[in-house]
Ligand binder design. Structure first.
Ligand code: HAM
Length: 425
């Protein structure tokens, strides 16, 4: 019976996975420099966490969550994003004690029941960061610049950093009413989706992709022109910090994001190489979420980037970090060599060498062919002759030189020296 993978998910096979490992490694290096530490949160949570955290009227909560009742009758959801879980964990473990800024990052799969297409999956991976405990606009700028530095370390050029401000609970309700007033007379020209959003989430009308709505949105009032004094000066400060960096940015007054927890600065990074799903990364400030989950007032700023989209536009492959080529390929012939070879392979691996062999135990010629194909730096030949004379024959595959090594402690030591250190045992 042939069973295939589910629509909208993908396997990451050896060959591609090295690129993922390299990206994750660079992310950790760059994030550590800015003081971020890794957190690992569960892949499923109580449904209420996401419903309340992300917002009951968002597309994610209304249409896209993988929700099920477990055998104990609990409503469970596979996480559609990481922020809500990190906030839950922050409150649950009182990470606000001692007071200060807590900087966390995470990487892992997220699940959304969306219509699969290029760059849009039902299981996709994110790398995300959350800086929790400061409303200083310096944090907004630092975190966005950290992201841009990370992209530049990966060799990515031509990305667009777009920012906006969504205001705060003091100024957004007033703006919302002004927006609704202006939309009211044009409702019949908007798409059915935007008609449904009008009462519940009118800001989302600004970033609808339907052509007739795009046209109308252009003339609608924008959040950034209706900010209170605090939000305005805050946004101006973010911009002045960004201006001190080498990275280009612009204001996109139509950027509203699809999750409800945002206030003040929001942003996205886009690449024209991506087609319709052009956002590699999105994020912003969320100053009330921790309080909503019964934590102390804790302004936060974070982002998450989509790994599949990022990987698809990385211009070169990084060096392999974990999937190593073998240091040595052991060729053995005959029943005695078979046993000695087995033991030797185990000893060398336990000392940190990556060692491969031929499990079909074919002829000398066929084993050598496999050794060649494996790209091992050295081949160790163990035939009946070698067993009789208590030695190994070591061949350097780069220059073809052969060395005889005695099968003694001292011989083994010289073998380690010749092979180099391998990984630290
Ligand atoms: P988001 O914009 O929903 O934000 O997702 C962030 C990124 O995840 C997107 O820019 C995109 O690259 C990727 N992504 C989203 N959905 C899919 C999909 N179906 N297939 C492939 N990639 C996808 C968040 O998730 C927020 N939690 C970000 C955040 C963190 N805000 C503050 N802190």
């Amino acid at each position: 019976m042939k069973i295939q993978s589910i629509r909208g998910v993908k396997d990451i096979l050896p060959g591609e996975v090295e690129k993922w490992q390299w990206v994750e490694q660079i992310a950790a290096q760059v994030f550590h420099r800015y003081g971020f530490k890794e957190i690992r949160v569960p892949i499923f949570e109580k449904t209420g966490l996401f419903a309340r955290g992300i917002g009951e009227t968002t597309d994610i909560v209304e249409k896209e969550m993988y929700t099920f009742t477990d055998r104990g009758g609990e409503q469970i959801t596979l996480r559609p994003e990481g922020t809500a879980s990190v906030v839950r964990s922050y409150v649950e473990h009182k990470l606000y004690n001692p007071p200060g800024v807590v900087k966390l990052y995470y990487a892992g799969p997220m699940f959304r029941y969306e219509r699969p297409q290029a760059g849009r999956f039902r299981q996709f991976y994110q790398i995300g960061v959350e800086a929790m405990g400061s409303g200083n606009p310096m944090i907004d700028a630092e975190v966005m610049l950290m992201l841009m530095e990370f992209f530049s370390r990966l060799g990515l050029m031509g990305l667009e950093l777009q920012i906006n401000s969504l205001g705060c609970p003091a100024c957004r309700p007033g703006y919302r009413e002004i927006l609704k007033d202006r939309i009211r007379e044009r409702l019949s020209s908007l798409c059915p989706n935007c008609n449904a959003r009008y009462e519940r989430n009118p800001l989302r009308i600004l970033d609808c992709k339907t052509p007739q709505c795009v046209e109308i949105a252009r003339d609608l009032p924008k959040t950034k022109d209706h900010l209170c004094e605090t939000c305005r000066s805050n946004f101006a400060e973010v911009q002045s910090f960004l201006d001190m960096s080498p990275f280009a940015w612009s204001i996109n007054p139509l950027l509203v994001r699809g999750l409800d927890y945002y206030s003040r600065t929001t942003f996205e990074v886009k690449s024209e190489k991506l087609g319709a799903q052009d956002a590699i990364c999105g994020g912003g400030r969320y100053d009330s979420l921790v309080e909503e989950f019964d934590g102390p007032p804790t302004p936060c700023f974070g982002f998450a980037l989509g790994m599949e989209r990022l990987i698809s536009i990385i211009p070169f492959e990084g060096p392999s970090t974990v999937n190593r080529k073998p240091d040595l390929f052991v060729v053995s012939l005959g029943p005695e060599a078979r046993k000695t070879g087995f033991q030797l392979v185990q000893t060398l691996r336990s000392k940190g060498m990556a060692v491969e062999r031929d499990y079909e135990e074919g002829s000398m010629k066929s084993q050598m062919r496999k050794a060649n194909k494996s790209d091992a730096r050295f081949v160790l030949i163990l035939g009946e002759n070698e067993i009789r004379e208590n030695k190994y024959l070591l061949k350097n595959m780069q220059d073809g030189n052969q060395t005889e090594i005695h099968a003694t402690e001292a011989g083994l030591e010289s073998l380690f020296t010749l092979l180099g250190s391998g990984e630290t045992p």
